[in-house]
Design a protein around this ligand. Structure first.
Ligand code: YSA
Length: 324
């Protein structure tokens, strides 16, 4: 009889899929009115020679069924969500939501301002050839201007002319090589220089290059475009300063600074594209003229958000980054 109870109890247990039917099963086989309890309760009425065996077999089966019950209950709670007691009335927990890095935001804002002025966006690669980074920009080997852009050279088998671009200007040449004027592009991207860092210099930073080439492009177009950019990014009352500057790939060259609490912070270099650069890509420099500029979005973000040290941008401190 005890073996029959065991067989039936185990077989019934296998068919159980809910907490409610498991409880029914427990009542039926382990409850106060179960057959096992009744056998134990009436054990005295059995002949004396059977009591020990029946008592021991019944207790063993009871322990086994209790063990099976606990095991089954645990498995059921893992697979059956109805036992996880989800309280659907509780307010949800907010997930962590990421945001754009301030430099990504400012790059988007700047490229969108130029987009409104008819410039399209192109991107280049962060590794460059010496030829594009320097030679085609009228910066031959041994030219002192190369020092300005202390270079991180790449260690490649059988190649000594691979580098991490020191500015986005090589993209001027690459765009011109593949396009017939008129051209109006901006090129955002990362640059690298082997130089010491301080509050306004990083060894890796971004630039946004700009290039416009067509017939009759003048220096006034350059100034008008950059004034409009400054007005869009810093507002109409922020002071802007142009000064003469030298870059081998422009003639004449300028830099542009923005007022920062009485100080001037340089944000870009610019100028009229040098005839040698135009001719280097096969353009007729008596027909086409152009202007170009290269600006630093980190410096622009510093001025825009009043950040006193450029190194905050890439120190990956969430206390800083989550403010944007
Ligand atoms: C000039 C004339 C052109 O026709 C076109 C482009 C240029 C810019 C030139 N290629 C260039 O790289 N000039 S620059 O060395 O003065 O850098 C331009 C801007 O990049 C700077 O005004 C600054 O805003 C940013 N920059 C340069 N070095 C940096 C930096 N930002 C952060 N850390 C650095 N180390």
């Amino acid at each position: 009889m005890i073996q029959d109870i065991k067989k039936k109890a185990i077989s019934d247990l296998q068919g159980i899929t809910s907490v409610e039917s498991l409880e029914q099963w427990r009542i039926e086989y382990l409850g106060r009115n179960s057959q096992l309890t009744s056998i134990l309760r009436n054990i005295r009425s059995l002949p004396e020679n059977e009591r020990k065996t029946v008592g021991s077999e019944t207790n063993t089966l009871k322990e086994l069924l209790q063990f099976e019950y606990k095991k089954f209950k645990l498995n059921l709670s893992k697979t059956n969500t109805s036992t996880n007691s989800i309280d659907v009335t509780l307010p949800g927990r907010k997930g962590n939501v990421g945001g754009l890095h301030p430099i990504t935001s400012i790059i988007r804002e700047i490229t969108s301002a130029f987009g409104d002025m008819g410039f399209s966006v192109v991107e280049g690669t962060e590794t460059e050839l010496e030829h594009y980074n320097f030679d085609l920009l009228n910066i031959p080997a041994n030219h002192p201007a190369r020092d300005q852009w202390d270079t991180i050279w790449l260690d490649r088998p059988n190649r000594k002319d691979n580098l991490l671009r020191t500015h986005t200007s090589p993209m001027q040449v690459r765009v011109m090589e593949n396009t017939t004027p008129p051209i109006r592009v901006v090129v955002p991207g990362k640059c690298y220089r082997y130089e010491a860092t301080d509050a306004t210099h990083e060894w890796h930073f971004h630039q946004i290059e700009g290039l416009a080439v067509a017939e009759n492009v003048t220096f006034s177009d350059l100034k008008g475009t950059l004034y409009e950019f400054a007005r869009r990014i810093f507002g109409p009352s922020r002071k802007v300063r142009f000064r003469c500057d030298f870059f081998p790939f422009v003639e004449p060259g300028v830099d542009m600074s923005i007022d920062w609490n009485g100080d001037w912070i340089e944000i870009l270099g610019a100028g009229m594209v040098h005839p040698k650069v135009l001719e280097g890509v096969g353009y007729d420099s008596s027909r086409y003229t152009g202007f170009a500029f290269g600006m630093g979005p980190e410096r622009i973000a510093m001025l825009r958000y009043n950040i006193e040290d450029i190194r905050y941008f890439f120190s990956n401190d969430l206390r800083f980054l989550s403010q944007f």
